[in-house]
Design a protein around this ligand. Structure first.
Ligand code: CDP
Length: 637
């Protein structure tokens, strides 16, 4: 469960958001099929794109991921796939499931394709019908027309195709993407209406960027030459669907959010979401390098046809209650078949929060109203979770039952949300005390907290508590996912000097040598840090401030703290103090603290470092009174 802290001040911010999922997954397919080595810059690293990377590797494509630089290097196979015989696991990713199927057929051998329960439920029949016409055998292992399926392209041949795209344009995109690697030129006609048409345009534009020859003979009629693809260095745009949540937050709060790496000429249809905000009265500034939204005091309701930008329908739905007239969203009946039944999800959850919503199957009509606090069910759907987070930013008391589902497309979503809160955090009374192990931060923080009447938080005790549970549950401290799951579920509370973990008093345990030995490994896990940072920020926001001590409080948790202090002391002095406190030998303690300092300072995520605007206090040879006085002097200045 995640309680959303409301904004205390309208944001005024420039954001660099992660790359587009749709572009990254298309570019991966194109680069995999191309002749030569391609590089993707600004690629998205999330569940859905990692699913694609895994599947392409399973088909014999060499891929190197450099996550810290958002870069992926792909050694293209020139259309000549070499599967490793293992099943392809698409996780929950719709684009991966659909795009990989025609590609698997190109391998001309049996390949099992499967994924999580959620994707098994999603329909794919129209794509299988088309593949069958091309001579591909599909053997369903469960329900007809659904994953898991064994694809066998041994008899793959070219036929002129007619495909339906009433449920998803991804079927057409999937067939188009693989078509240039077929033995002969191919013709494809889309039968009937196309939903999410901009995604089809994105596919065509990107195919051409990788050297394909696709002719639009007339509307919905394509001729694709069997030319293959050429490798490219490709820059992925920021994700326009992800940007919608931040634009909505700006529009509702009266703030300003500029998203860089997006342009008015974006190949992503969802950039059209800002046109709807503009129609509601928000100010939108567009350029070739960014798109910016500024909110105004009152928005007006609109009639929005969102067939082509349906991923952002939940976002508009959470904006609508604040408009002064009803908003009607139509053309989106088909989103009942996305990660969740999004029509029902939006209607049910808004009604729960006291909003009058009419469900007309093809969409919904939302009346203006005031939001009640409450628990929002996310249906394990990232877009429902992200949209209702926006609602929680504006209206207090919103809790999500499951927030982890955002990692499907934006693992760091809540970190970006926290950037919107930065201006508000400036108003808090935060004293941040950072420093290496045993530098005396805890004693200092306690003393100062009682002197200035602000509560104090020992963030190290939070990392220690997670480490204690990791040990208790016999989980490997280096197993990133399991340790993050523990951080997510563990309940840590402080009662006076005592620390309770899931209701058990672990005050002594968390200071044990077993915990000392693993805590820095647990703390180097970015997922754990994200979870605990969120808890630390909420703790301080609820109280209007506090004295927080740790390793990254001034550098990462509260970069706009009122005062940042970095306290240090010579290692021998730190070991001597700890030895006096605990009765353990100097040697043992020195080994522990220098070992932890080394890991804490060298980790990739928020390493222990001195903020350039911190007050640096070397406490070697000083009494605690001297140091307290020095810090209080600066805090009150
Ligand atoms: O008391 P001591 O200074 O030895 O350590 P602590 O403050 O209890 O922190 C224990 C461990 O938690 C540190 O060695 C870090 O690995 C981690 N930690 C962190 O990474 N970030 C924080 N804000 C606080 C602690």
């Amino acid at each position: 469960m995640l309680s959303i802290d409301p904004l205390t001040k309208p944001p005024d911010i420039d954001l660099e958001l992660p790359g587009s999922k749709s572009i990254t997954n298309r570019a991966l397919i194109l680069a995999a099929l191309a002749d030569g080595t391609s590089t993707l810059q600004g690629a998205l690293f999330a569940e859905d794109t990692l699913a694609m990377v895994d599947c392409l590797r399973g088909l014999g494509v060499g891929i190197e991921c450099d996550e810290s630089n958002n870069k992926i290097v792909i050694s293209g196979c020139g259309g000549d796939l070499n599967p490793n015989g293992k099943p392809l696991w698409v996780r929950q990713s719709g684009t991966t499931a659909r795009f990989i199927m025609p590609l698997a057929a190109l391998a001309r051998t049996e390949i099992l394709i499967d994924g999580d329960l959620q994707i098994r439920k999603r329909p794919q029949q129209e794509l299988f019908d088309a593949l069958e016409k091309l001579g591909v055998e599909a053997t369903f292992q469960g329900e007809q027309g659904h994953l898991p399926v064994v694809i066998n392209g041994a008899d793959l041949h070219v036929e002129d195709l007619q495909v339906k795209a009433e449920q998803s344009s991804q079927y057409v995109s999937a067939l188009l993407l693989s078509a240039p690697c077929m033995a002969e030129d191919m013709t494809l006609v889309v039968d009937g209406e196309i939903v999410s048409k901009p995604y089809l345009q994105m596919t065509l534009t990107m195919m051409r960027s990788f050297g394909a020859d696709v002719e639009e003979v007339d509307q919905n009629h394509f001729r694709i030459r069997a030319t293959g693809y050429k490798a490219q260095d490709y820059k992925v745009e920021a994700d326009a669907s992800t940007a919608s949540y931040f634009f909505a937050a700006a529009a509702l709060s009266g703030g300003r959010v500029k998203v860089k790496g997006l342009s008015q000429f974006s190949i992503q249809g969802d950039i059209g979401f800002v046109d709807l905000l503009e129609e509601m009265g928000a100010e939108v500034n567009r350029s070739e390098e960014y798109v910016e939204v500024c909110g105004i005091s009152t928005l007006r309701g609109i009639n929005a046809m969102m067939k082509s930008i349906s991923d952002t329908a939940p976002t508009l739905a959470v904006v609508a209650p604040w408009a002064d007239t009803p908003t009607s969203i139509s053309g989106i009946g088909f989103i009942a078949h996305k990660e969740s039944d999004r029509v029902t999800a939006v209607v049910t959850e808004l009604r729960k929060l006291g909003i009058e919503v009419g469900n007309h199957g093809d969409g919904f009509t939302i009346k203006p109203g005031s939001i009640k606090s409450g628990l929002v069910h996310t249906y394990d759907d990232h877009r429902i979770a992200m949209a209702f987070t926006v609602l929680g930013l504006i209206s207090g008391g919103i809790v999500l039952d499951n927030s982890e589902c955002v990692s499907k497309t934006v693992p760091d979503f809540f970190e970006y949300v926290d950037r919107l809160r930065l201006d508000g955090d400036e108003e808090l009374d935060i004293l941040a005390i950072d420093g290496p192990a045993g530098s005396g931060k805890t004693s200092l923080a306690k003393r100062i907290s009682s002197e200035i009447g602000l509560e104090y938080l020992d963030t190290g005790a939070m990392y220690r508590s997670v480490a204690a549970v990791v040990i208790k549950e016999e989980v490997d401290p280096l197993n990133k996912d399991l340790v993050v799951a523990i951080a997510n579920k563990v309940k840590i509370s402080f009662v006076g000097e005592e620390v309770f973990v899931d209701g058990e008093n672990l005050t002594e345990v968390i200071r044990s040598s077993e915990v000392n030995a693993v805590v820095s490994h647990v703390a180097a896990n970015p997922g754990v840090r994200a979870v605990l940072r969120r808890k630390q920020r909420s703790w301080a926001r609820e109280r209007g401030g506090g004295v927080l001590e740790g390793r990254d409080i001034g550098t990462v948790v509260f970069p706009r703290a009122k005062l940042k202090v970095y306290v240090t002391a010579a290692p021998e002095e730190r070991a001597r103090r700890r030895s006096l406190e605990s009765g353990r030998s100097m040697e043992e303690i020195l080994e522990d603290i220098t070992g932890r300092d080394q890991i804490d300072s060298s980790r990739v995520d928020s390493p222990l470092s001195v903020s350039s605007d911190a007050l640096v206090v070397d406490s070697t040879g000083k009494t605690i009174n001297d140091v307290v006085e020095e810090i209080l002097g600066s805090f009150n200045a």
